[in-house]
Design a protein around this ligand. Sequence first.
Ligand code: SF4
Length: 178
Amino acid sequence: MPKPRLLLHVCCAPCSTHVIEKLREDYELGCFFYGPNIHPEEEYEKRLKEARGYCANQGIEFLEGKYDKEGWLQAVKDHENDVEGGDRCKICYRYRLQRTAETAKNEGYDLFTSTLTVSPHKDADIINEIGEEIGRSTDVIFLSENFKKEHGYQISVQMSKDHGLYRQDYCGCVFSQR
Ligand code: SF4
């Protein structure tokens, strides 16, 4: 029986390492790098290159989303000074998951999910709630997960070191960089 096809939203290569390992047994995976939040553009290119290279190394299909930073900035307008983890981040999760769901649908995937929950700075319940809501409205199943469970984050840090991957020290947007 063929495995269900799952499109994984990838925020960066380090976060994808453990998540890919965890999911690939049960799903035929595709990775969708989508980071209109990432600032500056050189940083975007750096993370893109690492994510693409890691997927190629793992033999996994790789898709790149559009770097629509103007649309993303417009979406988070008036939330520039929110604390990390607050409303700006909820808008940011929604923005990225919405495009992932649409891409999954257009490309014929059965499910979608995101690497975002591997981060210890991100609340998996909030991400899962948004993902499930988008899943219902786009008619693609969202896989609710909390990839930081069972030392998921620590494993991803170790795997990144083992593969010599670049690891950034801020979430991504210009506001988190400050
Ligand atoms: S801190 Fe991270 S999750 Fe929050 S808005 Fe910025 S890039 Fe998005």
